[in-house]
Design a protein around this ligand. Structure first.
Ligand SMILES: [Zn+2]
Length: 385
């Protein structure tokens, strides 16, 4: 069997590495480190699948929780799976819905084999279990599936954290059993993969326990995801945990840092051996008038842009920067025109795609340390001002 993931180069100064993830039977070779745009409800908000593909994204993320509530995974399966449904030609990773159940759903009640909750859309009662979550992701036709996990909020009590770990591990094992059953039934193909999720909050001891247990269960799992970070903790605490976990992760499989997407956080993740990231930031901030550029964040509503005929980012070759001025984009936002949020989302996704290509190249050329320093200067210092 060809390797699912292989490392091709490693930075000499840090744990940063490049690699290639083979998906869809080798049709998609995703170069890592990579960023996955988030298509919560079968749509990368404000940007067409075609445009996202043109930017060179090999894989996007779909949300199990949202899609199972609306329009329903059986319906998507009947229409040929999520990729066909949304006209996306490349790979899809679907999350397990765990994080959304804990952050969005109402009246959540744990049961031994899953979690009962009320939909945030219409209040209807639903139940997600490890096996149900795998069924949904099989319906969606996901290329990389995630196990159901119990993701506690930032700063939970020790008791809550222990409970979350016990449940996350039980559920991880149930998920892999069900994944294997569906593979035997040919509802899941050999090309489809499954990742485990590491929890343990900011406790090094619990993170270590979680990791030993999950790594024991590999090679059943094709990759490992780090959950429960970027959930409201301090940035320095997240960085400390990344530094702690980096050397402990199995080097043969992909490492996915879930929900992380601020530029300094991606750089820190890469420095600590992370390969995959996802975040709503490029599209959410784009909708709100914030553009990520080579000179830092620009707030396009700012009055200083009202007469500017310069592009959003002179260093960018996206469709918005090629044709439109800052003054025009500002006008679209001020006039409430939907083209404004669409153009900034498009530009931001283009920026992230270029950023990841730049990271990949800098590692391969042995100059990641300088790349890290340069972008941190642009972004972290701007945030601190
Ligand atoms: Zn641009």
């Amino acid at each position: 069997m060809p390797p699912f993931f292989f490392t091709t180069a490693k930075d000499s100064m840090s744990r940063a590495r490049t690699g290639e993830i083979s998906l869809c039977g080798g049709r998609i070779l995703a170069k890592t480190p990579l960023f996955m745009p988030v298509g919560t409800s079968a749509s990368i908000k404000g940007v067409s699948s075609e445009n996202v593909d043109e930017m060179g994204y090999p894989i996007i993320l779909g949300n199990t929780y949202h899609l199972s509530l609306r329009p329903g995974s059986e319906k998507i399966r009947g229409l040929g799976g999520l990729k066909k449904f949304m006209g996306w030609p490349n790979a899809i990773l679907t999350d397990s819905g765990g994080y959304q159940v804990f952050s969005l759903a109402k009246r959540m009640v744990f049961q031994e084999d899953g979690v009962e909750f009320r939909s945030h859309i219409d209040g209807a009662k639903h139940f997600l279990s490890p096996s149900r979550v795998i069924e949904i992701q099989a319906d969606l036709g996901s290329d990389i599936m995630m196990v159901l996990d119990d993701c506690p909020p930032a700063n939970p009590s020790t008791e809550r954290l222990k409970e979350s770990l016990r449940r996350t591990h039980l559920w991880a094992l149930s998920s892999i059993r069900h994944f294997d059953i569906l593979r035997e039934k040919k509802r899941i193909t050999e090309q489809q993969k499954i990742f485990a999720i590491l929890q343990g909050g900011l406790s090094e001891e619990m993170r270590s326990d979680s990791l030993s247990l999950l790594q024991e269960a590999t090679p059943s799992f094709d990759g490992i995801a780090i959950g429960g970070l970027s959930v409201g903790e301090k940035r320095k605490d997240m960085y400390k945990m990344l530094d702690f976990l980096g050397p402990k992760l199995d080097t043969h499989s992909p490492h996915y840092l879930m929900g992380v997407g601020a530029v300094p956080d991606i750089l820190e993740g890469v420095k600590n051996g992370m390969d995959m990231f996802d975040c709503v930031l490029p599209t959410r901030n784009g909708r709100n008038g914030q553009a990520f550029t080579s000179e830092g964040v620009i707030r396009i509503r700012n009055q200083c842009f009202q007469n500017s005929d310069a592009p959003l980012d002179p260093a960018c070759d996206c469709k918005a920067c090629q044709k439109l001025s800052r003054a025009y984009l500002r006008h679209l936002f001020m006039a409430g025109e939907m083209l404004g949020p669409m153009m900034l989302s498009l530009h931001n996704l283009h920026f992230y795609s270029s950023l990841m290509r730049g990271i990949h190249q800098s590692i391969q050329e042995g100059r990641f340390a300088a790349f890290y320093k340069k972008w941190n200067q642009v972004y972290q210092e701007q945030e601190e001002r």
